[in-house]
Design a protein around this ligand. Structure first.
Ligand code: XIL
Length: 397
């Protein structure tokens, strides 16, 4: 009985296939989701899949594959460095928009949305600004005015062209900083006090009423102890809650997602729970800078597959954890990788003691790695009832 049933089903399947074969040649090809790009597959869920773009690589005439993949594989782009203050205003009063403009035009040509990165950060500030503050030639009052002008000028230039702005980046300390109790760290908090955060969002909103305004940070993928004194995710959560209570126009929280295979990372349900807690505050979320680095041991460097394989597999699993969690939470609007090829990744230059690398989804020769395939399968196999289309917030005023 069971066998006959099976045969019947098989016969139906054959008959259907025969009918399909009578269709015109173009419609004949079965839909192959694995042939779609990450960007196209993300759109099934209303999710943008993006990459950071290195403008030097994009302009390298000898590296056409970088341009081709940046243009075709992703639905969103972020300037890896071109919109940072030191890049935009290397000399006081003289903005150089060339690289940032180019990125925005590239996105437009390729139908991609742009994440603006970054308006306020303690790193990659122009030397004239930091040295002026250090030697007292720029007063605190002037500094606040310079920040207001910078935010207003940059947001205004790209008004209507930026989907999400990282307004404030990495404002919160880590447990290994001094003092170890979590606090507002760095240049801006030291010179202006934590009130600069609310100011920055208000100034950004005044310059562009439509962009989604994000707070962006690392090591906030999941909650820990729940005590804001040592749990950075909790600290950021409470900060956002406080800003909302003051009617500060913050629309989203970006979780950078810089992971490493040597660490004990989180599982999908822990990350999902964190995204849901942020969503419960009424803000959107996004993964904004995902990469998963590995230690390049002597064995890895010598090509020892017993050391390479576990790293490739762990990296793929970690990329996938963040993707699945994002898919599961409807307010997670985008998933951006911080560079897509090991040929152009910030990791080897920044993490060299011990040497680290292998952090992206394509290898140095633009061959997709297991991590790429896992992201793709997450996008293919996800759907209702647990994965539903995105719900974008209306920009807060
Ligand atoms: C990094 C870039 O990738 C490097 O090219 C640059 O030299 C330093 O900054 N968090 C951020 C990003 O918000 O802006 C940083 O980008 C990586 C960490």
């Amino acid at each position: 009985m069971k066998l006959r049933r099976w045969i019947t089903v098989g016969a139906v399947a054959v008959a259907t296939a025969a009918a399909v074969n009578t269709l015109p040649a173009t419609a004949n090809r079965p839909y192959d989701p694995t042939a779609q790009t990450l960007g196209a597959l993300g759109l099934r869920h209303g999710l943008q899949v993006g990459t950071a773009v290195d403008l030097a690589a994009l302009n390298d005439a000898n590296d056409p594959e970088y341009r081709r993949l940046a243009a075709s594989e992703f639905s969103s782009v972020t300037a890896e460095n071109a919109m940072k203050w030191e890049s935009l205003e290397p000399t006081r009063g003289a903005y150089d928009w060339a690289a940032a403009d180019q990125l925005v035009e590239f996105a437009k040509r390729n139908g991609q949305s742009v994440r603006g990165h970054v308006l306020v950060w303690h790193n990659q500030l122009p030397a004239w600004l930091t040295s002026g503050v250090a030697d007292g030639s720029i007063t605190k009052q002037e500094l606040r005015e310079l920040l207001r002008k910078h935010i207003t000028t940059v947001v205004n230039r790209y008004k209507g062209k930026i989907w999400q702005w990282d307004v404030v980046n990495e404002a919160v300390s880590d447990p290994w900083d001094t003092p170890s109790t979590l606090h507002y760290k760095g240049f801006w908090a030291q010179n202006l006090g934590p009130g600069y955060i609310a100011d920055a969002f208000r100034w950004a909103r005044a310059a562009d009423p439509r962009a989604l305004l994000f707070y962006n940070d690392y090591n906030i993928e999941a909650f820990g102890s729940g005590n804001p004194a040592d749990d950075k995710t909790q600290f950021v959560h409470d900060m956002v809650k406080g800003l909302l209570a003051q009617r500060v126009p913050i629309d989203g929280v970006g979780s950078q997602g810089h992971l490493g295979t040597q660490y004990g990372n989180y599982d999908t349900l822990q990350v999902t729970a964190a995204l849901k807690k942020f969503a419960a505050l009424g803000v959107a979320t996004a993964f904004t800078e995902v990469d998963v680095r590995s230690e390049l041991t002597e064995g890895v460097q010598a090509g020892n597959s017993a050391e390479i394989n576990p790293r490739l597999q762990a990296a793929a699993a970690n990329f996938s954890v963040l993707m699945k969690a994002c898919l599961a939470v409807r307010s997670c609007l985008s998933y951006t990788v911080w560079g897509f090829t090991d040929r152009h990744s910030w990791v080897p230059g920044w993490f060299n003691d011990p040497p680290q690398g292998m952090a992206t989804i394509y290898d140095e020769n633009y061959q997709p790695k297991r991590a790429y395939q896992e992201l793709k399968s997450d996008l293919i196999f996800a759907g209702p009832p647990y994965v539903l289309p995105r719900v974008a917030p209306r920009p807060r005023h």
